[in-house]
Each structure stands twice: as C-alpha cells, then as structure tokens.
Write a protein that binds this ligand. Structure first.
Ligand SMILES: Nc1ncnc2c1ncn2[C@@H]1O[C@H](COP(=O)(O)OP(=O)(O)OP(=O)(O)O)[C@@H](O)[C@H]1O
Ligand SMILES: [Mg+2]
Length: 499
C-alpha cells in the first residue's frame, strides 16, 4: 500500500485566530482567570485568598475607549509554566476548576487578537523570598517561547500584593467589554453601569466561594481619572418566607460515580439589589446549577419540565454539585468548554434532569391547596408520615397536577411519593373504592409519563375495595402502559398505614 504524507503541523497564527472568540460575554471570560486563581488558592491553601480585578477605561474622543484589564491573585504562583502555556495540557491542573487546559490561552487570544499586548507575571513563595518573579508575554507560540526571570530591584512586581501569586494583563476592546450588559435590562453601556453588571455576575457565579471567605475586589479607573473600588459580595436568593423550605443534600450517582448534591427548591421574592438575578421573571425562573462552587448555568426550565410559563415566575431551584473527596470531574455533567452552559448531550446531565424532575415534578405545586375535605386531610396526614419515614431524600406532594399542557384545572394526583429511588402515585378514597377509581390511577400514570416521569407503582387507597375494583386491578396488571411496561397497581387500605 502506498502512503502520502499529510502536513498538518499547527501554524501559530492560525491557532491564535482559531481559539479566539469562544466566550459569549466579558464576565465569563474573566471567570476563566478567576477559576485559575481560586484553584491555586484552594489547592495550596494560601493564607490570603483574594482576587483584584482592575478595569481601566482608556480615554477616547467619543467616550467609548478600550478597557485595560489586570487580574491579580494571591495564589501560589504558576509552578509549571510549560503546562500552563501548552494548549490543552492538563498537566498543570490542581483542582476540578482546571478542566480542559485551554481557557487561559483562549481568552488571551480573544482579548488580544494581535497576539501583541498580553503579559503574565507569576511568583511562588520561594521566588518571593528570592526577590524574583517570572514574566511571560506576547506573542504566544507553540515553540520557542521563553519566560524572563526578573529581579524586583530592577523590575518591580507590577501588582498590589506582597505574597505569591499571578498577575495577568491585557487590553479589551470596548465592543467586547460591552457584552457585560447581556441579559441586563436597559441599554445603558456606560462604563460604570457595566462594572455593576460584572460585579453582579461575579457575585452570583462565585457565591459559594465568596461565602467561604474568598475575596474578589474590582478596582476601576474611569477615563475621567476617577478611581473607585467595589467589593464583590455573595448574592443569594431571597426565599419566599411563607414557603416550607425544600432544601437538603444527598449523594447521587449520575452514572459515573458519586456526586454531592445540595439543593434548594422554592419560590423567591424579588431581590432588593440585583438587576438581573433572583428576580421573579420569566427569563430567570428555573434551575441554577453550580459545579465545584462555581455557577455554570441558570434558567434551565423547558429542558426539564417542557414549556415554561409565566405562572412559574419566581420559581427557583439552586443545585450545587461537587465531586466527593478524591473524586474527579468525570462524575459531573460537563460544562461546554466556555463553562457558561452544561453540555446538553450528556448522560450525566440527563440523569440530573431526571432526578430534578422526580424531586420536583411540577414547580407550580408549591402553591398550597385550600381544600379541607376529610379525604384531603387524610391524604395530608399520610403525606406527613411519608415525609417522616423517608426523610429529606424523598419528595412527597399532595394535589400534584399532571398533563402539563393543561393550563386550567389539570387532573391532580392525591399523593406523589418519590422515595429517592421509587416513584409511587396514590389515589385515595375515603370509603369503598370503585372501578372508576382504578382508571383514575391509570390517568395519573399516563399523565405522569407524558410529563417525563416514570412511576414505579400505583396505589389505590380506600377503607375497603369493591370486588370489581380487585378484578379490574388484577386485569390491568397484565396490561402495558404507554412505555410498554406492565402496570403495578396495588390496593391498600388506610389501616395498612395506621390511619
Ligand atoms: N492564576 C493562576 N495561578 C496558578 N496557576 C495558574 C494560574 N493560571 C493558570 N495557571 C496554571 O495554568 C494551567 C493552564 O490554565 P488554563 O486556564 O489554560 O487551563 P486549566 O485551568 O487547566 O483548564 P481550563 O481550560 O478548564 O481552564 C492551569 O492548569 C494552572 O496550572
Ligand atoms: Mg483555567
């Protein structure tokens, strides 16, 4: 067989163009640097845990000058510059926040398409003691790059911190900086307004780290020469005070090992000081997912529950996922490389959605029922017993609507019980059950399947069951549901549950 050579060595200029323009907004680009900084501070347990972001607006005749950006941290400094500068190398990864080995290079290519202005300065504790640091600067090359060893007597450290750490600087075009306002109401793209958008983004994205004592400060220099500093403080939802909190934690296996999950489902009130997040609005309702302490995606609704609807405005679920100690990112649903979304075609994400749907089959059910019939009261008592028996892993709902396309008066399941592993639907009758009650269960079951749920068992609960009910239930247990699986109908009595 004859072979012809393929000449496919990477051309550095093409590579630089090719890896640029990946991220959607300026704050998410900044996050790539913050991720690296936090990762270094976490892995090396540095005493000071601070990120200083300096945004300097350059003067321009039309008032829309470029922004000069500097990001400095009190991490341990870059130990392995070779790995750091190698595209797609994971050799430098210190924590799960270092995922793909590409982000630093990608965002430098995005900010500095000419590959002429960026610079990176870094020093370990040892270098601090020696009075030296390393400097790497544009242009980026896949071979022949070198770092300068600088002496602080001749070239003072450019940043503000005295300890070990890393400092990255680059210019950012005004057009790129203006992406900071994406998702915020209004069209004000003044420098100060956009800085507040960036502050809100970081306050939400890094809330778990900020809560844990990490500091992010934004220092601004305006084109008019004004200087100001803003502390980024964790922003949290204001949960509606009259709702029973549905929060807890559990370990889930999404198909690739254990994942620690902390969740909070509920209704929120409008946050008093945000412009975008934690507001009762159509574009915010749904699920926020954090991974390894960092928000990846928010407002996931239709992918889980089908069509969204303004009646769910104010519904929020905060899901924080972490790999258990010693675990790897493999257990988590992966984000896309820009880390601003989860990768939709992933089995771990599908499993997470299934769990969320089972836990919270329909957001609107947070509204409490006002019915007081005796049957309903008995259902409530039984639901309470289930909550006590199965604990926080379980979801127990009464009057749960099904067939989510029916907006007005959908059928209501008497009791919805997800034990954490099994989904059971109940139809409850105060006295003697009738044949039609069995069909009521079948209707719930079909509706639940339509809404994306997979009930394992159907229970008809009554004081006693008519002969016809028993015969019909036996017959239907030999039939298949719309998924092609057998029904599992059980006939129970109130006294079986001690009621
Ligand atoms: N501020 C920093 N402090 C310490 N190490 C850093 C810092 N920034 C980058 N590094 C090192 O450089 C490596 C490459 O960073 P880069 O962001 O390109 O990839 P990554 O973080 O490994 O993965 P990802 O593509 O998911 O961000 C990191 O793994 C880390 O070792
Ligand atoms: Mg990174």
């Amino acid at each position: 067989m004859k072979k012809i050579p393929i000449h496919n060595a990477i051309n550095d200029v093409n590579l630089w163009y090719g890896i640029a323009d990946s991220h959607d907004t300026f704050p998410y680009m900044l996050c790539e640097l913050c991720d690296d900084s936090i990762s270094s501070m976490v892995a090396n347990q540095t005493e000071q845990r601070e990120i200083a972001i300096t945004l300097q607006e350059c003067a321009a005749e039309n008032g829309q000058g470029d922004i000069y950006v500097r990001v400095e941290d009190t991490g341990a400094g870059i130990k392995n510059l070779d790995a750091c500068m190698t595209y797609a190398s994971s050799a430098g990864a210190e924590t799960p926040l270092n995922r793909y080995g590409v982000a630093l290079k990608k965002i430098l290519a995005t900010f500095d398409p000419e590959n002429a202005h960026w610079a990176l300065f870094t020093r370990t504790q040892e270098e601090v003691s020696n009075g030296t640091y390393r400097r790497v600067h544009a242009p980026y090359r896949t071979s022949g790059m070198a770092a300068d060893i600088c002496d602080i007597q001749e070239d003072p450290w450019p940043g503000r911190f005295d300890a070990s750490g890393t400092y990255v600087s680059f210019p950012c075009s005004r057009a790129l900086f203006n992406t900071s306002g994406k998702g915020y109401p209004g069209h004000d793209i003044s420098f100060i307004t956009l800085v507040q958008c960036i502050r809100e983004e970081l306050a939400v994205i890094y809330a778990p780290y900020l809560r844990a004592g990490f500091m992010i400060n934004i220092h601004i220099h305006t084109a008019e020469g004004k200087r100001r500093s803003y502390r980024v403080r964790a922003l949290e939802p204001v949960w509606h005070s009259t709702q029973t909190p549905d929060q807890g934690s559990c370990i889930l296996d999404l198909g690739a090992g254990p994942v620690r999950v902390r969740y909070h489902f509920g209704e929120i009130d409008n946050h008093p000081s945000t412009a975008r997040y934690f507001r009762k609005s159509f574009s915010n309702a749904g699920v926020m997912v954090y991974e390894n302490g960092r928000m990846i995606e928010h407002h996931i609704f239709s992918a889980i529950w089908g069509k969204d609807h303004p009646q769910h405005n104010g519904f929020l679920a905060v899901i924080e996922l972490d790999v258990s100690d010693g675990g790897t990112n493999d257990a988590l649903p992966p984000p896309v490389p820009t880390k601003d979304k989860l990768f939709y075609g992933d089995y771990r994400l599908a499993a997470l959605y299934d769990w969320i749907r089972n836990h919270c089959p329909r957001p609107a059910t947070y509204k409490s029922s006002t019915q007081t019939k005796r049957e309903v009261l008995l259902c409530e008592r039984l639901a309470k017993r289930f909550r006590e028996k199965y604990g926080p892993q379980a979801t127990v709902l009464t009057q749960m609507p099904v067939y989510n396309f029916i907006e007005k008066s959908p059928p209501l399941i008497d009791i919805y019980l997800f034990t954490g592993s099994q989904l059971i639907l109940f139809e409850c009758k105060l006295h003697v059950s009738q044949e039609k009650d069995v069909f009521q269960l079948i209707m719930y079951h079909t509706g639940a399947i339509h809404d994306g749920l997979r009930p394992d068992k159907l229970v008809l609960l009554a004081e006693r069951h008519s002969h016809g009910t028993v015969q019909l239930a036996d017959y239907l247990n030999t039939c298949k549901d719309t998924n092609g699986e057998n029904y599992h109908i059980e006939l129970k009595r109130w006294k079986d549950y001690g009621l």
